[in-house]
Ligand binder design. Structure first.
Ligand SMILES: NC(=O)c1ccc[n+]([C@@H]2O[C@H](COP(=O)([O-])OP(=O)(O)OC[C@H]3O[C@@H](n4cnc5c(N)ncnc54)[C@H](OP(=O)(O)O)[C@@H]3O)[C@@H](O)[C@H]2O)c1
Length: 352
């Protein structure tokens, strides 16, 4: 890698991508970074330029723009839409050009939603959306995916959610023109803070927990999918953002070289929560603000028929983040922080 390190970033205005960018701007090697971000908002583009970021205004569906910028990159971080096959292909096409022009394998650190690890209840996965709330949230699994076990990860069916993009990346790595690293955060929680949030560039909010709170507020009672016996891992936004940097630093240091390709899955997890316990914590906070009781109620058949995505809250995803820890990643926030974060998230929903 030459002295200047060209970094191309997607999702810079987002919850995850903004937190990664915040850290890149504070990185000890920052003076060597030439960071390019692709951003849709012209207003945010102007703000980012003032921070020294080279900004391309456009969407990931502008394949030519994505290819052109990936072709100039030594390192690409993606933190946008993990299901966007077109964007993933365009990035790989650009990185292939980069390899052909330089003879050096560029680095792709890609973000995916950990839902691909879920052992969902079949009706939720069913494309016609035939749901029954009787079984959703009715059980958890003993099987815990460990990111050091590539054989175990390969037992996931190719048709599992998000796998299509994962597999594209793993194949590209195998083809030899790029080194791919896939970060799979779990339920990311916590309200992001920092310079990019203060400047109104970065979305400070996650999705899963805020959605559950919004649903509870709208139905007048915190809800849970079935009995809420399903389990998910959690990770704080600051910890997951640190994982990207720990991984990047380890790749650059290259001794020992972190796994890539089929060995390049990095889970983000620092504990697991039971769906009922999350729903209960939400119920307590909503009840304290006069919304319902402190005991969550199960989503009804009628609610499922109106909103099949509710089944998401009844899925399982269990994992062990061994690879990141082996590289020195030390997440600071645990189970207590996860539950303690709910109050501030509920406050946000009652702010206006
Ligand atoms: N939040 C979580 O708990 C969580 C957990 C696991 C995995 N993830 C994954 O992490 C990734 C980022 O999630 P997030 O929570 O950071 O979401 P987010 O806050 O909504 O950010 C998404 C970012 O991607 C950009 N983007 C999306 N589609 C685009 C397109 N077609 N063209 C240009 N820009 C586009 C958005 O730009 P705009 O600002 O213009 O909208 C925004 O910067 C996703 O793949 C998600 O599945 C998130």
């Amino acid at each position: 890698m030459s002295d200047e390190i060209n970094i191309f970033l997607t999702g810079a205005t987002g919850y995850v991508g903004g937190a990664v960018l915040e850290r890149l701007l504070k990185h000890p090697d920052c003076s060597r970074f030439r960071i390019t971000a692709i951003v849709r908002s012209t207003e945010k583009a102007d703000k980012l330029r003032k921070l020294g970021i080279n900004v391309v205004v456009g969407s990931h569906s502008d394949a030519d723009i994505v290819i052109e910028n990936a072709a100039k990159a030594d390192v690409v971080f993606t933190a946008a839409d993990c299901d966007d096959m077109g964007a993933a292909q365009a990035i790989l096409d650009g990185l292939k050009k980069r390899f052909e022009n330089t003879g050096k394998q560029p680095i792709l650190i890609h973000t995916v939603q950990q839902f691909s690890l879920c052992r969902c209840h079949k009706p939720y996965r069913c494309e016609v959306g035939t749901l029954t709330d009787r079984a959703l949230g009715a059980f958890t699994y003993d099987k815990i995916y460990d990111d050091t076990d590539a054989d175990q990860i390969e037992t996931l069916p190719d048709t599992a959610d998000h796998r299509n993009v994962d597999l594209l990346l793993v194949k590209a790595d195998k083809d030899g023109y790029v080194k791919t690293y896939i970060i799979l955060p779990s339920t990311i929680y916590g309200i992001a803070t920092g310079h990019l949030v203060s400047l109104g560039i970065q979305n400070p909010h996650s999705k899963q927990v805020p959605r559950l709170i919004q649903l509870g507020k709208a139905r007048g009672q915190a809800g849970v999918c079935g009995e809420g016996k399903n389990t998910w891992p959690h990770v704080h936004i600051d910890d997951i953002a640190d994982l990207y940097i720990t991984l990047y630093d380890a790749i650059v240091a290259s001794s020992p070289a972190p796994g890539h390709g089929r060995e390049g899955y990095y889970f983000g997890e620092n504990g697991h929560y039971l769906a009922y316990d999350l729903a209960k914590a939400v119920a307590v906070e909503l009840a304290a603000r006069g919304v319902g009781s402190s005991t969550p109620t199960s989503f009804t058949e009628e609610e499922f028929s109106k909103n099949p995505r509710l089944g998401y809250f009844g899925t399982n995803s269990r994992c062990k983040a061994s690879r990141g820890r082996a590289l020195g990643w030390m997440p600071k926030y645990g189970d207590e922080d996860f539950y303690a974060s709910i109050r501030a998230e509920v406050d946000v929903q009652f702010k206006d």
